[in-house]
Design a protein around this ligand. Structure first.
Ligand SMILES: Nc1ncnc2c1ncn2[C@@H]1O[C@H](COP(=O)(O)OP(=O)(O)OP(=O)(O)O)[C@@H](O)[C@H]1O
Ligand SMILES: [Mg+2]
Length: 446
């Protein structure tokens, strides 16, 4: 009896210990207990899971079998049947699962390499991923890396985008950390790698929140911020202290875009004069300050109310396209926000969109918007964008120019936080006159 009590006591203490370990040290618990247990389960069930998700293949194999052959004895001695065991080589079908590599733990799950059967393609695994996730009872399984003959599957135990904590400022020039990726890593926007971005989504999907995160992340850096806000300036006016220029009407937009194109041409001439291919190869004292241009609701820039605006819209479209085409080399970067960014807005938008290689697609109301933002990338990215629920504003699908994409969520940056950053770093705002060497055409009201 006392032995039983002792055993029960030890078991209870172990259970409480494990619970406490998991509760207060979840990361070390995952690496020490959770992941090894999962790995065993994955290896043990892989054949079954692969078979259920139709990833197995039947292979013909020759097998040695022991067959029982009836031998009838001589009638004189006995009528009984004698059974003789005989070895035979037979051809049989064997179901083979794809070979699994070593499971490697990640902070939120694991990754593993799988060797493709002959005739299989990565798309077979993308199709099966949802089934595999259900079989393993995990949040998601994604195909993340494709090499000839192999794919890497990335399993995530829980959705890391439920509660995002991140500090947008990275301390590195033109790099901002607006949130987290689904794989638990930081979502980093690096304008020097991907210079221009589309930020698309339905109303209340989190576009302005992302713009706030960018402003908060860029405000402490030695960069000029320029805003276009044709919603009467309601979105960007609070950030005016940190904006070098802000256009809130069509006329101001046309003039400010002309200034920006002029600035790009000045930088071009500067580079030419010093034999540099881009501003980053200029000597540091000569290097002009980078400019990040934020456009809120781009459709307003392209809207033609009457004939008199046609010319202004055409000039706007041309100037934006020129900035997108030339900006990268001359440190002028674009972030274009909008509910719809497609050919229906007018000529030039499709060409502009093609230049904006960074894509962020929030929740959309119509599949066409997702198609316009991500359609030229992976179809799976499109499906992921269409599946974003309304209850999770800020969740988006992010794609860079290398073709890879991720589900991500921006950190919640309320307007007050971005406004505070704009005030705190107002002293870093480059003067637009000094920057462009021209008379300003649009100044933000401080
Ligand atoms: N990452 C996030 N985490 C939590 N809440 C968020 C996040 N992003 C946005 N929200 C909330 O969702 C609401 C809508 O966000 P936001 O204003 O950015 O949408 P929007 O796409 O700019 O909408 P509109 O097109 O109407 O301007 C806000 O109240 C904001 O607090
Ligand atoms: Mg908004």
């Amino acid at each position: 009896m006392t032995d039983l009590v002792l055993v029960l006591g030890v078991l209870a203490a172990a259970a409480v210990g494990l619970w406490a370990w998991r509760r207060w040290q979840p990361v070390s618990f995952w690496y020490g207990v959770g992941f090894p247990a999962r790995a065993v389960l994955v290896y043990l069930t892989w054949h079954h899971v692969a078979s259920g998700c139709r990833l197995t293949r039947n292979r013909r194999r020759f097998r040695l079998t022991l067959d029982a052959i009836p031998v009838v004895g001589p009638a004189s001695r006995s009528a009984a049947t004698v059974v003789e065991q005989k070895r035979r080589v037979r051809r049989v079908d064997v179901e083979r699962s794809p070979r699994l590599g070593v499971l490697r733990p990640t902070r939120l799950g694991w990754r593993m390499r799988v060797r493709l059967h002959d005739g299989q393609v990565p798309a077979d695994y993308e199709k099966a991923a949802e089934g595999v996730a259900h079989a393993w009872r995990v949040h998601s399984v994604r195909v993340v890396d494709v090499r000839p003959g192999f794919v890497t599957l990335w399993a995530t135990m829980r959705d890391p985008l439920v509660d995002v904590v991140a500090e947008p400022e990275t301390g590195e020039l033109l790099r901002v950390r607006p949130g987290k990726l689904e794989n638990g890593r930081d979502w980093v926007i690096d304008f020097r790698t991907v210079p221009h971005w589309i930020n698309a989504g339905a109303t209340q999907s989190g576009k302005s929140n992302l713009a706030n995160a960018l402003i908060k992340g860029l405000a402490p850096q030695p960069v000029a911020l320029v805003g276009f806000d044709l919603k009467g300036g309601v979105e960007f006016t609070p950030y005016a202290p940190r904006l070098s220029a802000l256009a809130t009407t069509r006329k101001e937009s046309v003039d400010l875009l002309a200034d920006l194109v002029g600035e790009v041409e000045n930088r071009m001439a500067l580079c030419r004069a010093h034999g540099a291919r881009n501003v980053w190869t200029l000597a540091e004292p000569l290097r002009p300050v980078p400019v990040v241009v934020l456009v809120d609701e781009v459709a307003e820039l392209f809207l033609i109310a009457d004939k008199s605006e046609k010319d202004q819209v055409a000039r706007t479209a041309t100037a934006l396209l020129r900035l997108a085409q030339l900006g990268r080399a001359f440190a002028v970067y674009l972030v274009v926000c909008g509910q719809r960014i497609g050919s229906d807005l007018g000529p030039g938008v499709t060409a502009l969109r093609a230049q904006l290689s960074g894509r962020v697609c929030h929740r959309v109301n119509d599949p066409e918007t997702a198609n316009m933002t991500l359609g030229d990338l992976d179809p799976a990215a499109l499906d992921a964008a269409r599946a974003i629920p309304a209850e999770t504003p800020g969740v988006c699908v992010v794609a860079g120019q290398d073709g890879s994409w991720h589900r991500a969520r921006s950190v919640n940056v309320p307007e007050s936080a971005a406004e505070q950053a704009a005030h705190d770093y107002a002293h870093l705002t480059p003067d637009w006159d000094a920057l462009t060497g021209s008379v300003p055409t649009a100044r933000p009201a401080a």
